[in-house]
Structure formats: C-alpha cells, structure tokens
Design a protein around this ligand. Structure first.
Ligand code: NPQ
Ligand code: MG
Length: 371
C-alpha cells in the first residue's frame, strides 16, 4: 500500500453536557482527525484522543498535529510500502507522542483493512459481535444531580456505572449511589487526584463493594500503587500509568494493579493495545476498554478492541448519544440491551457523515509525499 495524501483536520464538537473530572471540565472537544488516501483511492480514518489541553496526559491536540506533520509523516513517506506493522517501527525513533502515533496508525490500518475487505474486529481477533457498555459519570454539582444522571443511564441500560472522584467528592457520592441503586456494577476513577497518605481515606470506599478504583495516584507512581493495594480491599486498576505492554508487565510484577484499562491512544496504537491485552491475559489480569470522549471513528476502534477475549469487564464504550447530539458517523453507536455492536464492515466499519464533518471543521491541512 502506498499513500498519496494525509489530511489533518481539526474539528470542534460540542458535548451533550459538560464532563467534569479531577483535571477539568470539558464542554466541547477539539479533536484532530487523520484521513489517509492510498494510490488506489482508498480512504482510511484515524482519530487522535489527545485533549485540547495537556491535562489528562502530556499530549494535546495542537501538539499532536505538529508532531504528525513534522516528525511522523516524513518517516511514513520514506516507507516503500505502508502497513500498520511497517509503520510502527518506522515511528519508534520518535519518543513518546503515543496519541499522535496511534491516530496515524488507526488511519493506515483502516485503509489497509478496507483494501483487504477485513473488519478491524476480525483482524484483531474479536470473539464477540457486541460488547457490554459502561458509562463514565462526571463529577456533579450536587448529590441529587449525580443520582439523576446515574438513574438516567441505568434506565438506558448501561451495564456498569463509573463515577469520577476527587478529594471532596468520593465517599459520599459513592455511598449515595450505592444506597439508591443497590447492587449495580459500580466503580470509580480518580485520574491521579490522590496521594499515598490518602490511603486511610480511600479505604473508606472498601465498604461499597466497588469493582475497582481506577488510577488513584500519579501516573508514574507504580510503587505507590503497590503500597496502596496492600491497604485497600478495593482492587486497583491502572489507566494513565499503562503507556505500553512493558509498563503493564512492570505494574503487574510490582503488584501495582489487579486490572488494567486499555486505551489504544494512550499506548501508541491498536497493535500495542493488543500486546497490552496479551500481557495481561498471560498474567490473569482482566482488562476493559477505556474511553476518551471519541467520535464514532475512535469509538469504532475501541469497540472492536473490546471484543477480544480478555476484555471481561464492561468498558467506557458508551453509545454515541452519551457524548454527541450528532456523531460524525452515519450510523452512530446505539445501546441495545446494554451492548454496542462491533462494526462488521471492512476496516473501522464506519462511514463518516461528510456534511456534518464539514460543518464542524475548524481547519484542514493536506500533506503529500513532496510537501
Ligand atoms: C478516563 N475518560 O478514563 C478518561 C478521562 C478523560 C470516559 O472517563 C478530553 C480529552 C476530555 C480526554 C475527559 C473517561 C477528557 C479526556 C476525561 C479524558 O480517565
Ligand atoms: Mg481513567
């Protein structure tokens, strides 16, 4: 496969409601999309999951665009033959910037699999044609408002509720949700908002039979997570800390986590995401698929990944309507019996709603082998 063009397109898409985490409030996403075109005219789409600001991780949308333009594309154009498997080592010399790399890899893989007529799920090794959906619920202004939000999601059929927590918004909201809704599948995500001395406070969450607590401590604090694990009954799941299959192996060896959240963008792409899955499976560590407020493009990749065998917990693979009034794809992801369907068509298996895309586009940059 040879590419003749790579388009870098920025869009701004308003969320159905503000989404608040320990690191900030998001009201609309500033997203970088990548569209590759092959010599044969086949298109492939990729979505960069970086935030508009570098608050979840060090990457941000504008930075990812610059990295792709200045450092990744020159290495891609030098390849005599472009496939996802050939691209990955070609980009390895560039350190970090995993979300930028993942976006480019997704677009190349989509084009490659469309050419082959193979679905991403089938190609990755999916063992399911639908996956159970969970939902991530942001920090609310009050407990009654939180309970209303959770009530709504349970009514829609979501199979698992994840509450965002931070110091000052943890034990009481969890208690309120548990008391009101009983024996639902419930977990929490701190996005690194605590420190090891908070262990005694976090141990109060042990009363509520949570499935897990996600990333309580700093991204680079594996040893702290191992120490915390010894003081909690609630299992620890890592998100931000797991940046590669090697990081997953290290975290598991240290006893820093009992579960792992996998996001292809966070680990540098779908190929590495599958390796994280495989490392965890080999160690008996269950995984689930995280979410980064993706449009239907990135959501399609997540849902395909979540169909692999060791994804044994519901993911943040919510329906399109959880985030968007109108998704970027012509067939938005919907909840049916608490599940979303794994796209069966070639590549990502989605088609982009070009009219809506043009309406929400803020800039377009087209790059070729000579540019
Ligand atoms: C998480 N996602 O699991 C992330 C955090 C997150 C669904 O909880 C802009 C870009 C806003 C990235 C908000 C969920 C974001 C973002 C939250 C990531 O930790
Ligand atoms: Mg998380």
């Amino acid at each position: 496969m040879k590419l003749v063009e790579v388009e870098l397109r920025r869009i701004r898409l308003p969320l159905v409601a503000p989404f608040r985490t320990s690191f900030g409030v998001e009201t609309d996403r500033d997203i970088l999309l990548v569209r590759v075109t092959t010599e044969a005219g086949t298109r492939g789409w990729g979505e960069c999951v970086a935030g508009g600001l570098p608050l979840y991780s060090a990457e941000h949308t504008a930075g990812a665009q610059q990295v792709i333009r200045e450092f990744l594309l020159p290495r891609l154009w030098r390849l005599p033959e472009v496939t996802a498997h050939r691209l990955e080592p070609a980009l390895a010399a560039v350190k970090g910037h995993r979300m930028a790399k993942a976006a480019l890899e997704m677009a190349v893989l989509d084009a490659e699999l469309r050419t082959l007529g193979t679905s991403l799920g089938g190609w990755l090794g999916a063992v399911r044609d639908r996956v159970p959906a969970g939902v991530s619920v942001g920090i609310a202004d009050s407990i009654p408002e939180l309970l209303d939000a959770v009530h709504g999601y349970l009514g829609e059929g979501y199979r698992r509720i994840k509450l965002k927590i931070e110091p000052g918004w943890d034990v009481e909201p969890v208690r309120a949700v548990r008391e009101r809704f009983g024996d639902i599948a419930l977990q929490v995500d701190a996005n690194a908002a605590y420190r090891l001395p908070d262990a005694a406070h976090l141990a109060k969450l042990d009363d509520f039979d949570l499935l897990l607590i996600e990333q309580p401590l700093a991204d680079d604090d594996l040893r702290g997570h191992a120490a915390l694990a010894a003081r909690l009954r609630t299992p620890i799941c890592l998100d931000e800390s797991i940046t590669s299959a090697r990081a997953a192996a290290d975290a598991i060896a240290l006893g820093a986590c009992a579960l792992v959240n996998i996001k292809p963008g966070r680990v540098g792409g779908l190929l590495e995401a599958r390796r994280v899955h495989d490392v965890c499976a080999a160690h008996g560590i269950p995984v689930w698929c995280g979410g980064m407020l993706e449009t239907g493009i990135g959501r399609a990749a997540n849902v395909a990944l979540a169909a692999l065998p060791n994804f044994t917990l519901p993911g943040d693979t919510s329906a399109s309507g959880r985030y968007w009034r109108r998704d970027l794809v012509t067939e938005p992801f919907v909840l049916r019996g608490g599940h979303v369907e794994v796209p069966a068509g070639p590549g990502l298996g989605i088609s982009v709603d070009e009219a809506w895309l043009d309406e929400v586009t803020s800039s377009v940059e087209r790059l070729g082998p000579a540019s």
